[in-house]
Ligand binder design. Structure first.
Ligand code: PGA
Length: 257
């Protein structure tokens, strides 16, 4: 059975003190057992969060990484820097990086390979725009993003990647995909993994849902058979909300897998 994973994507929010406080509040709860919990603060607050979660079951990730190991890449951060800071995870291909910062599947694919080679676990994001959904293009778009971002990733490596389906129209908008809409895409992504790799691997890979996940809708989303957790933005900035989502992940019925 796949262990549920709840990852908090803090995006460009909070300051050092608030980051430490939020991470401390989340890490001090023993209620997180049985669920993988990962906090992804801005780069400059990674060390504050590392100190806050020390000794707890909470893990830390970054919101991005650069594909080259070192050198003249002003403003970028390498995999070894993230590892050095205590990161074990990294979000890649988030829609804000794709659509605001111009990343494409090719550059994301390089980052996926860099992360895998370093031992960081990628949380690879895919998701369609509203106009793509309305034009009936959802499957084509997310399949092509997944295919492009996974180029050259073998069946041993894919088992250690987490995928996040985040419909762009649901991110930060308060609009959530219905559990049925999300499940449909998750099942389709799993089918794609099965044909790209094999059925066993496709059953091992965790596929998270992201896009306005909050305490009021988490349980319904997380009980879908192919939804293995959530990538949480806004609600991850409030400890009680985030912990309620974690609690919803814990109560998912084993039979649903
Ligand atoms: P949201 O963000 O929960 O605020 O919609 C999710 C994300 O972008 O990862």
């Amino acid at each position: 059975m796949r262990t549920q994973l709840i990852a908090g994507n803090w995006k460009m929010n909070l300051d050092r003190a608030a980051s430490f406080e939020l991470a401390t509040a989340i890490a001090s709860r023993d209620s997180i057992s049985g669920v993988d919990v990962v906090l992804c603060p801005p780069f400059v607050y990674l060390e504050a969060v590392r100190d806050a979660i020390r000794g707890s079951a909470v893990r830390m990730g970054a919101q991005d990484v650069y594909s080259e190991p070192n050198g003249a890449f002003t403003g970028e951060i390498s995999t070894s820097m993230l590892l050095d800071t205590g990161c074990e995870w990294v979000i890649l291909g988030h829609s804000e990086r794709r659509h605001i910062l111009g990343e494409d599947d090719r550059s994301i694919n390089k980052k996926v390979h860099a992360a895998l080679a370093s031992g960081l676990t990628p949380i690879l994001c895919v998701g369609e725009l509203l106009e793509e959904r309305e034009a009936g293009q959802t499957e084509v778009v997310v399949r092509s993003q997944l295919d492009g971002s996974l180029a050259g990733v073998n069946d041993r490596q894919i088992a250690s990647i987490v995928i996040a389906y985040e419909p762009v129209w649901a991110i930060g908008t308060g609009k959530t995909a219905t559990p049925g809409q999300a499940q449909e895409v998750h099942a389709d992504l799993r089918k794609l993994l099965s044909s790209r790799y094999n059925r066993i691997v496709s059953q091992q890979v965790r596929i998270l849902y992201g896009g306005s996940v909050k305490p009021s809708n988490a349980a319904e989303l997380l009980t879908q058979p192919d939804i293995d957790g959530a990538l949480v933005g806004g609600a991850s900035l409030v400890a009680s909300d985030f912990l309620e989502i974690v609690a919803a992940a814990r109560t998912r019925t084993p039979a649903s897998n």
